[in-house]
Design a protein around this ligand. Structure first.
Ligand SMILES: O=C(O)C(=O)C[C@@H](O)[C@H](O)[C@H](O)COP(=O)(O)O
Length: 453
């Protein structure tokens, strides 16, 4: 592994002093692996090598006390960019100029590039200043005025203590390659507003341990992605457990990798969808046709479903098969979702045709209040069945319809989030749905005049 770090063009090695915890002789920050235009990290000491095996120990961790419940929290993702090795905003074909206009939330700066790069960073972004040593704290320049928008990051706890005394928020940068560095990262990290960890090995288990241990604390946990081209690692990190890391530092030097990351990050969106009450206008059998069950790779709760509709004006919240069925076991992974022509509402104001979904397709689960959760399709089960047309009207007069399998088994949500068997629907019943701006071309929202009936 490359153990020298490049900040702002000059390079220096970790000194392994007693102030440095968690990285010791292993390396400094990820800029070393990324500032080279995206070259891959090499794991000189492999996960299975003799040194690692000899150091393997039983890891015992205790959850640290705190009042945070990350499952219930609706926080936005922390996404930082490391400028190690970048001297000016226009390097790498204007990489920093592009990054500051994307959904990145913070930028890591270094003593040697702070003067040139900091002016390009908009006020909405957090400035994170990496101080390798005590002297670096006096090279903050104009950043010193950034107040709560400035975080001081370091591997060196004495630098961080000094920064805290000066009133700055702090970020402990740790490098984990064995049990003791894992413990150290947690122990020290929990004292700081941010803990940023880089892991030597290509496994997320140590990250899971850090997440579990720190889950109730206020420390914001960020995983530093070692390889500037590894978009998968950056995305998986954010969902490694039900509640993943709070954020990632992913710093591509290629515009293609940055574009792919942004597009996949957008699809991680946890944003809510507006759910409104609609009134049933009519519900009638329409004969045979193809309908699909969307069998997901997750399990639905009794208040979650999927939004399905025949038109781009909106969808009805369809129930999963989690409610009592007299002749069949439940299928809690399934929504018996509608006819094959249906739009299935997805993230990013997109729709998918029911017939286009297949194993691996990314889908959106929606609950009674509009909170969303990502899922994927495990299987689509499409069969010929009797169908029923259900028409409804929202308060604003917008009418939408959904065509579903005409059977008592099949349900949609009532306005109080209870399952309504669609064969028992009557005009006047209240149901839950979503009104969308109409007009779709290949699933993407387009501005156009469109008539769908
Ligand atoms: O039409 C049917 O057949 C049904 O019983 C309705 C479905 O919702 C049901 O879950 C499904 O078809 C059962 O199929 P299985 O292959 O999972 O047994």
């Amino acid at each position: 592994m490359n153990i020298s770090s490049t900040s702002n063009g000059s390079s220096h090695s970790t000194n392994g002093s007693s102030h440095h915890h968690g990285n010791g002789s292993h390396g400094t920050h990820g800029g070393a692996t990324q500032g080279n235009g995206g070259a891959s990290t090499t794991h000189a000491k492999g996960i299975n090598d003799a040194v690692s095996m000899a150091k393997r120990e039983r890891i015992r961790l205790d959850r640290l006390d705190g009042d945070r419940n990350r499952v219930e929290e609706q926080t936005s993702l922390v996404v930082w960019y490391d400028t190690a090795g970048i001297a000016t905003p226009d390097e790498y074909e204007g990489m920093i100029e592009r990054v500051v206009n994307l959904s990145y939330t913070g930028i890591v700066l270094y003593p040697g590039n702070v003067a040139a790069v900091a002016p390009a960073i908009p006020p909405r972004m957090l400035k994170v200043y990496h101080a390798e040593k005590m002297d670096d704290l006096s090279r903050l320049g104009a950043l010193a005025q950034a107040g709560k928008d400035l975080v001081i990051a370091s591997h060196d706890v004495s630098v961080l203590d000094q920064a805290a005394q000066r009133g700055h928020a702090t970020c402990y940068r740790a490098y984990v390659d064995d049990g003791s560095s894992l413990h150290e990262s947690i122990r020290e990290g929990s004292r700081h507003a941010y803990l940023m960890v880089r892991f030597r090995d290509p496994t997320n288990i140590p990250l899971e341990l850090v997440i579990a241990t720190l889950q109730a604390t206020r420390t914001v946990l960020i995983k530093e992605i070692s390889t500037a081209t590894d978009v998968d690692d950056a995305i998986v990190t954010l969902g490694v457990m039900e509640v993943g890391a709070d954020g990632v530092m992913f710093s591509p030097r290629s515009h293609d990798a940055l574009g792919e990351f942004m597009s996949r990050l957008g699809r991680l969106d946890r944003s809510a969808v507006k759910i409104e009450v609609a009134t049933i206008i009519r519900s009638v059998p329409i004969g045979m046709g193809y309908r699909s069950c969307i069998d997901t790779t997750t399990l639905f709760s009794p208040t979650e479903g999927m939004l399905v509709g025949s038109t781009s004006q909106g969808g009805i919240l369809c129930c999963p098969e989690v409610f009592f069925l007299p002749y069949m076991e439940l299928r809690p992974f399934r929504v018996n979702a509608g006819a094959v022509h249906s739009y299935v509402y997805n993230y990013g104001n997109r729709t998918d045709y029911m017939s286009e979904l297949r194993a691996g397709s990314q889908i959106m689960l929606v609950d009674q209040n509009g909170a969303t959760r990502r899922g994927s399709v495990g299987r689509m089960k499409t069969e010929v069945r009797p169908l029923r047309l259900i028409e409804s009207e929202f308060q604003n007069g917008e009418r939408i319809n959904v065509i579903m399998q005409d059977d008592w088994h099949v349900r949609i949500f009532s306005d109080d989030a209870k399952p309504l068997n669609i064969t028992e629907l009557r005009a006047g019943h209240k149901v839950l749905g979503h009104v969308a701006a109409p007009g779709r071309h290949v699933g993407i929202k387009v501005d156009e005049h469109i008539i769908e009936t």
